[in-house]
Structure formats: structure tokens, C-alpha cells
Design a protein around this ligand. Structure first.
Ligand SMILES: NC(=O)c1ccc[n+]([C@@H]2O[C@H](COP(=O)([O-])OP(=O)(O)OC[C@H]3O[C@@H](n4cnc5c(N)ncnc54)[C@H](OP(=O)(O)O)[C@@H]3O)[C@@H](O)[C@H]2O)c1
Length: 249
């Protein structure tokens, strides 16, 4: 049988009420897995749940910035074969406008939440032997853009954290990897576009030989990292950029 399936695997997906997280949850179910989905918006979480192929799935609404809600989420979790950490935000600020409050705003959701969730899930022994943890980084971690001090910094931090997770859980064959996409068409893309102009975004995307990414492109990479097909891969980052970083256009 192919190693790429997710039969008998149960995966927690954060940020499942929107964009990449929603598609990751849908794709996991299509590949035979079960999911626990979480997000803040009850309504959009329900929408995601209605799109899942039937299985032993569960939906738990949670504000991940609230440690008690994270604790309650972890308590309700079944034993897991993986986590895909998709909750995140993009808030570009030029350096002269940065403050401690803004650092918290970006780092808390892009870094602290993932660290606290990983800590609590491992402490509560919710990850099965051989589980796979996936974090959503961004090409910005290695190729920052103007205004991206906090976003790029938080993604570089999550890439470093992912490597430490890989190191600390070798003994359980638990793997940890990142996916670093360039621009992917989700509500976050729309938000980024609204922060500039459509013309600016179009000019940026014109430098992608394979066009902008789709949530399915990212979900397919997550499926690979969750499946036994990637059982020899840990502590690394898969870049998904449609050829952008080659700089040919
Ligand atoms: N889209 C891109 O171009 C792109 C590129 C590179 C990397 N990424 C990364 O990919 C990940 C997913 O991005 P996306 O495009 O799918 O974004 P999105 O559509 O804006 O979705 C973000 C998700 O994060 C959840 N979230 C935000 N704050 C939360 C909180 N405090 N507690 C719980 N959940 C929270 C949101 O929940 P609610 O909606 O329910 O509030 C939503 O489900 C992010 O880490 C992002 O940085 C995206």
C-alpha cells in the first residue's frame, strides 16, 4: 500500500476556520485521516466541519491566545498522530512604528501560541509515537521584506523552534518540520493586498513563474509531512514559492 495515505491517523489542525488550515483539514480527511479542527470563529469552524468527508472528526472552538482555552483544548484532545499549526497573522509595520505591544501582537499568535500548544500537548502525552508536527513558516523567514520585521522574525523563530522540537522528540520518532510558502490565495492574501494596492500585489505575483499558490498546494505538502512517506524527514523546511525565489522574472 502507498505510504502517502493518512488512514488511522488523527491530526489536530489549528487555524482551521480559514484559508490554509481549512484546506489542510479537508485534504487530511480526503486522504483517509480524522481531524480535530480548531479556530476562533464558531461560524466559520462549522462551515469547515461541513466540508469534511465524514470520519471521526471533532471541532473545538478556542482562542489560542488564552492559556486556559489552550489547556481546555488539550484536555479534550484524543491521542494525536500529528498537529498542523496554521493559526497566524500578518501585520506589516515599518520599523519606526514598532513597539512592545506590536511585537506581542504578532509574536504571540505566530510563535508563543505554537510553543505553548506544543509544550502542553507533549506534557499531556497527546502525541503518539511516530507523530508528525508541522508549522506554517513563510519565505519571509529567510527572505524578509520591508515592513516584515515582526512577521519575518516570528517565522524565523518558529523555524528554530521546530528544529528544537525535532531534537527533543527523536526518542519517540516524533518529527517536526515547517512549510514556508510565498503568497497563497487566502483571506490573509486579501488582507496583504488591501494593505497596499492590487497593482502592487499583481506586480509581485507576476514574478512567480508558476503563479500564486493555492491552499491545496500547501495542504498537499502538509499531507506529505504527516504521512509515513516522509518518515525520514525531520527538522527541515519545505519552501513552496512557485519558482519566485529563483528570481528569473
Ligand atoms: N496566505 C499566505 O500567503 C501565507 C504565506 C505564507 C505563510 N502563511 C502562513 O500560513 C498560516 C495560515 O495562513 P492563512 O493564509 O490560512 O491565514 P488566514 O486565512 O487569515 O487564517 C488564519 C487562521 O488563524 C486563526 N487565528 C488567528 N488568530 C487566532 C487566535 N488568537 N486563536 C485561534 N486562532 C487564531 C484564524 O482563526 P479565526 O479566523 O477563526 O479568527 C484563522 O483560522 C499562517 O501562519 C500564515 O502566516 C500564509
Amino acid at each position: 500500500m502507498t505510504a502517502f495515505h493518512l488512514h488511522n491517523k488523527t491530526i489536530l489542525v489549528t487555524g482551521a476556520s480559514s484559508g490554509i488550515g481549512r484546506q489542510v483539514a479537508i485534504s487530511i480527511c480526503e486522504m483517509g485521516g480524522n481531524v480535530v479542527i480548531t479556530g476562533r470563529s464558531e461560524e466559520r469552524l462549522k462551515e469547515t466541519f461541513s466540508l469534511l468527508k465524514s470520519g471521526n472528526n471533532k471541532s473545538i472552538q478556542a482562542e489560542l491566545l488564552d492559556d486556559e482555552e489552550v489547556q481546555s483544548l488539550v484536555t479534550q484532545l484524543p491521542l494525536l498522530d500529528g498537529i498542523v499549526n496554521c493559526a497566524g497573522t500578518v501585520n506589516p509595520y515599518p520599523i519606526k512604528f514598532l513597539s512592545g505591544k506590536k511585537i506581542d501582537e504578532v509574536f504571540n499568535i505566530n510563535y508563543k501560541v505554537q510553543v505553548v500548544l506544543t509544550a502542553q500537548a507533549t506534557r499531556a502525552k497527546k502525541l503518539n509515537k511516530g507523530a508528525s508536527v508541522v508549522f506554517l513558516s513563510s519565505i519571509s523567514a529567510q527572505h524578509p521584506h520591508r515592513g516584515g520585521a515582526l512577521y519575518a522574525g516570528s517565522k524565523a523563530a518558529i523555524e528554530a523552534f521546530s528544529k528544537v522540537v525535532a531534537l527533543e522528540f527523536f526518542h519517540l520518532q516524533i518529527r517536526s518540520n515547517c512549510i514556508a510558502p510565498a503568497m497563497v490565495k487566502t483571506p490573509m492574501y486579501d488582507k496583504a493586498e488591501a494593505q497596499g494596492t492590487k497593482e502592487q500585489m499583481d506586480a509581485h505575483i507576476s514574478k512567480y513563474p508558476l503563479g500564486a499558490g493555492t491552499p491545496e498546494d500547501v495542504a498537499n505538502a502538509a499531507i506529505f509531512l504527516l504521512s509515513d512517506a516522509s518518515k525520514w524527514i525531520t527538522g527541515t523546511t519545505i519552501t513552496l514559492d512557485g519558482g519566485f525565489l529563483l528570481g528569473g522574472l
